[in-house]
Design a protein around this ligand. Structure first.
Ligand SMILES: NC(=O)c1ccc[n+]([C@@H]2O[C@H](COP(=O)([O-])OP(=O)(O)OC[C@H]3O[C@@H](n4cnc5c(N)ncnc54)[C@H](O)[C@@H]3O)[C@@H](O)[C@H]2O)c1
Length: 355
């Protein structure tokens, strides 16, 4: 039987590379990675992902790299038409709130139009293939900030028991402040759902919380935990933006993201949406992340407090994982937050060839 093949966009990034490794190593598939190192254009040399592309090329014998921009509509249509992959995972994006305001056209062309280019290419060439799109919890804008909160010693938490399990997929995405990044991701998210509902394609949006792991090229503007631990390891000040450093994010290791994507690819539905994060159990505030990092590395965390929150930042966000677990009961988190922090610290201390 011919090996199955997957096309992964953003293959040199955190999620894309983990998906490549998972489908290549664990499942034995042929992997087609699409990336043009745009992260280095967005964030400068610190965001460069070539090291990760080279790692995939060295470690995965059945990996083929395609140097292509997802904004290149004709190039994307022709690649998808030639490959007709069994699964498409779309993880290429401009991923930062703050960057989007400086490059609104690049942001929208990449996040919204790039996604449409891929969806339409898939519809024409492989409409039966599961299409998994990496969306974001920023599609909810700052609406989660309207939930009444209680202030604890080191974090904010929901005061409304309706959210004791976290934010569900039914939460409104409308009439709130998203940042331009959040808005371009909403456009993509709704379009991916529409290709499921309107055309009956097996599409799925994963609205990520903080996705993390040792292979993130963390920078100040994107990759919170990776960048925070990098600062800890290098003794560099980490800037905390508002909310007393008690703002809460839920963190999920990219490996558990890849495992969920594999579960969806195996049993896809049409136009589905999941909130994919670490849930309450793997959540932490920035202050708590400092403590974790210090415990793991033995180094003090240096930080500066800026009394101005980031536009659209969530004060408290953790995903309600119950829908994921109900639809895919064989899936669950395998990496604790502490283990993930240890892995990231180890990568910054030892293994990162480009660091
Ligand atoms: N990391 C997180 O915390 C997080 C949270 C929620 C959602 N997400 C979403 O998950 C997806 C993957 O995130 P990530 O953390 O792996 O990001 P990343 O920046 O590490 O990887 C994205 C990759 O896409 C590539 N890319 C960007 N624009 C491109 C273009 N026009 N053409 C081809 N390649 C391009 C980049 O070079 C990079 O290698 C994104 O859609 C992001 O919005 C990430």
């Amino acid at each position: 039987m011919a090996r199955q093949s997957i096309l992964v966009t953003g293959s040199s990034g955190l999620i894309g590379s983990e998906v490549c490794m998972y489908f290549g190593r664990e499942l034995g598939w042929t992997i087609h990675g699409l990336d043009n190192n745009q992260r280095a254009v967005f964030f400068g040399p610190q965001g460069d992902t070539r090291w990760n592309q080279q790692r995939l090329q060295q470690e995965l014998p059945a990996f083929v790299h395609h140097e292509l921009d997802i904004r290149d509509r004709i190039g994307v249509a022709s690649l998808v038409g030639e490959l007709r992959p069994d699964v498409i995972v779309h993880a290429a994006a401009q991923p930062s709130h703050d960057r989007a305001a400086a490059i609104p056209f690049d942001d929208f062309d990449t996040n919204a139009v790039g996604t449409l280019n891929l969806l339409e290419a898939a519809r024409r060439s492989c409409p039966e293939s599961p299409f998994v799109h990496m969306s974001t919890n920023k599609v909810y804008g700052d609406a989660p900030n309207r939930i009444p909160l209680r202030e604890l010693e080191t974090r904010w938490d929901y005061a409304d028991s309706a959210f004791e399990h976290g934010i569900p997929e039914s939460f409104t995405i409308d009439q709130s402040q998203h940042s331009l990044f959040g808005a371009s991701k909403v456009a993509a998210d709704v379009m991916v759902q529409e290709y499921g509902r309107y055309f009956g394609m097996p599409t799925c949006c994963l609205r990520g919380g903080c996705l993390t792991g040792p292979n993130h090229s963390g920078v100040e503007l994107h990759g919170f935990l990776s960048y925070l631990i990098k600062c800890n390891v290098e003794g560099k000040p980490y800037k905390v933006f508002g909310y007393k450093g008690k703002q809460v994010r839920d963190n999920i290791h990219a490996f558990d993201v890849a495992r969920f994507i594999a579960a969806v690819a195996d049993a896809p539905r049409e136009g589905e949406v999941y909130n994919l994060g670490g849930g309450k159990g793997n959540s932490c505030s920035i202050l708590e992340a400092f403590t974790l990092a210090e415990r793991v590395t033995g180094r003090p965390q240096v930080f500066e407090y800026v009394d101005q929150n980031r536009i659209g930042d969530h004060i408290c966000y953790y995903s309600d994982l119950r829908k994921m677990r109900a639809h895919y009961p064989q899936w669950d988190l395998t990496r604790s937050l502490e283990a993930t922090v240890a892995e990231i610290a180890d990568a910054w201390l030892t293994a990162r060839p480009h660091a």
